[in-house]
Write a protein of this length. Sequence first.
Lengths: 276, 326
Amino acid sequence: MKVLVPLKRVADPDNANKIKLAPNGAAVDTTGLEWKMNPFDEYALEAALRLTENGKAPKQRLGEVVVVTLGPKECEQTLRSALATGADRAIRVDTTDEALDGRLVAHALKSIVLAEKPDVVLLGKQAVDGDSNQVGQRLAELLDWPMATFAATIREEQGALLVGREVDGGVLTLRVRLPAVVTVDLRIVAPTSVFSLHTDAAAHKYGEGVRFAPLPAIMAAKKKPLDTKTLAELAPGVALTTKTLKFEKPAARSAGVKVKDVSELVEKLMNVSKVL
Amino acid sequence: MPHALVVAEIADDGKPKKATLAAISFAKKALPAVGGAFSILVLGSAAKAAAQELAGYGATKVLVCEDPSLAKYTAEGYAPTVAEAGKGFALVVATATSQGKDLMPRVAARLDAAYAGDCADVSVEGGALRYKRPMYAGNTFGTVELTTPVHVATARQSEFEAAQPSGGSSPVEAFAKVAPGAAAGRVDIVSFDTVKSERPELTEARVVVSGGRALKEQFFQVLEPLAQALGAAIGASRAAVDAGYAPGDYQVGQTGKIVAPQLYVAIGISGAIQHIAGMKSSKVIVAINKDAEAPIFQIADYGLVADLFQAVPALTAELKKRRPAG
Ligand SMILES: Cc1cc2nc3c(=O)[nH]c(=O)nc-3n(C[C@H](O)[C@H](O)[C@H](O)COP(=O)(O)OP(=O)(O)OC[C@H]3O[C@@H](n4cnc5c(N)ncnc54)[C@H](O)[C@@H]3O)c2cc1C
Ligand SMILES: Nc1ncnc2c1ncn2[C@@H]1O[C@H](COP(=O)(O)O)[C@@H](O)[C@H]1O
């Protein structure tokens, strides 16, 4: 199985409340925040690794994982960390974050898919900076491929994936025949969420969360192939059609009061806030 | 001037989902930029009843596409018809339910349109639509401009009042199904494991009681009686869902459900920014946590520092005593 994983680096999501705005709200200022791999993309990478191995012998790669990012040179760090975790090859499409929107990213990824011919494209369900939640769906449509968004579980079958999707009201299970696009949700990295055909699903349990790169792998990752492409060659003539004109901070909520016990709490809810 | 098209969502009982009323409100706010009129599109194997009901909301017309192959929603099966219907409109909008978020970007790609998802507001500036979108876990709002001839958007349900019927009856017209592409033949629905609950819908409830990791296996045992006493829906943090104490469908937050009830009670929840992103528009927030320093207290109107396993049963009892009818 060959899996393509598009990944984006975002400003540290656990400190997103520390972002500042440039004067007049012209831009988001993330100075001082570390770049991290979008958490959903970390999860997509973990799922891709599970799909290309026998969970019992993960050192032996039984498929190929190609990671791709669209962004400036410094994004190569993110690609290297994905290579260290186990991805085989990386592609960077040279551009800047400001020059992208979901439509453009999807068009560029389509060109890469046509060249790389993966069985599956595994993406995050959303990049947690723009919280835009569209690239996977758009890519599936451009390719006329089936898709399973918001995946919580994936079981590989012969020529297909059985995907459990977290949707309103419960879990919807789809079977998508390959090639297909899958976008992942939080639960995809639970111990029994993803199994390839090589792994004995009845007997194997993964660790909770994503795997970490051992030190030697970090060194070895420096030698893994990393190609660079340009946006102009992958998405010729595709213009930017989404512009954020201004950013603003939401109204802040301030801390209220501490109550001493439940009867004071009920008192306040009934007589002060009048919500009961 | 091209109008707006609202894509409705039908519930299992054949009625329109209440969520659809948020998209109608969105379209109504957009009216000055879309020629003052909107239509509604309904798809399904038996969609006439839903279309009739939606005919009471002031739309120019209600388009109905009925076909046995549309009985169960898949994005691959629905997108071609929705996109075809959307041609010639200035704006195609649905509510940001899990179906809306799955379908509409696919529709946008088919229309080669730009997409603004999960919008908290829409306004008109110099005759053009401006979309207000939460970003960075709700820590900033971006005002977004789309420059394709057709725009595709989804509306965040908690930020739009449910539209009220306006009287009158829009004409209902049949819309022919568009044959889907190869993708539709390569996806099958295998099963739907529904979460059964007596409680109201999380996104529509007046009161929400949410539990975190601290609830452990007693999640429902502790929260149900309180939710019952308050007539509340039950929500959960990611950690509670990850641990298996509550179903995934209960998760409130940046990447789960967005709620804005009159009263939100956070129990044994620390208040990570991803959780806060999903509930901070609530009118009144109550937090019960044994750690006085928990970040949730920074946004709570009323904080109770206590062990939840004592405080929650006591609160339930107190409510029953004071509000015997509730
Ligand atoms: C990409 C991404 C997306 C995410 N999306 C979401 C999301 O949508 N929603 C979400 O909720 N989280 C989300 N998270 C996770 C989030 O960062 C937190 O990890 C999570 O919200 C923590 O859940 P919690 O508050 O239940 O657990 P904890 O942080 O462990 O807090 C438990 C709390 O319970 C209190 N406690 C313990 N025992 C008791 C007791 N006996 N009585 C009273 N209080 C007690 C503790 O003091 C503590 O404050 C996301 C994370 C990532 C990386
Ligand atoms: N600049 C980018 N480079 C690579 N992948 C991206 C980029 N932007 C988005 N993606 C992928 O698309 C997914 C959804 O992103 P979005 O639609 O922007 O929320 C992400 O989780 C990534 O997998």
